[in-house]
Design a protein. Sequence first.
Length: 198
Amino acid sequence: MTVTALSAAVSSFSGLRALAAATGWPEALSPLLPFTIDAYAMTATRVWLSGVTRSEHARHFARWNAIGAIGLSLVGNAAWHLIAAKVLTVSWPIVVAVGAVPPAVLGLLSHLAVLRGQDEQDEAVLPSTEVDDHQDETTDPDTELLEAARAADAAHQAQHGKPITRDALRKQLHVSTEKTSHVLRLLRALPEDVKQKS
């Protein structure tokens, strides 16, 4: 397994570095293209498969990023081999596509980091909304959250003239994105006279 992994990594690195050089990257910077793609794939895969990642939204986003990074590496290596075999010429779309990889990866990984960070913050405050040993077990946390959401929505509509958004509601309730979506669905299902009741 080690030999296979090393040979695959070296081969992929070589192809992507050569592709970067062929599309105008300076020789000293051309290794950064394979480093960027490989680090992107490893980071996304780790967030996807890590037991620390508790948010389904972050895990889902990381999974598609990992698959996308592997696909990007496949396309990049295939493009280089086609260029090396003189089947494909280096045209401006290829140059633009290769040059767009670093900023695209930076944006995607920044978004993934924010999702994971929000997950950690939400998990830190989430237990306060859970039923604990000192709380009446007959109390429904959804009912309390729904009441808080109704009040937040009424205040938001009074101030902005439109229903509250999921992100604004999540900040008000201090719960996870998934929990906010659930409460928002319950809120939208309420009759208008109940939602507007003070």
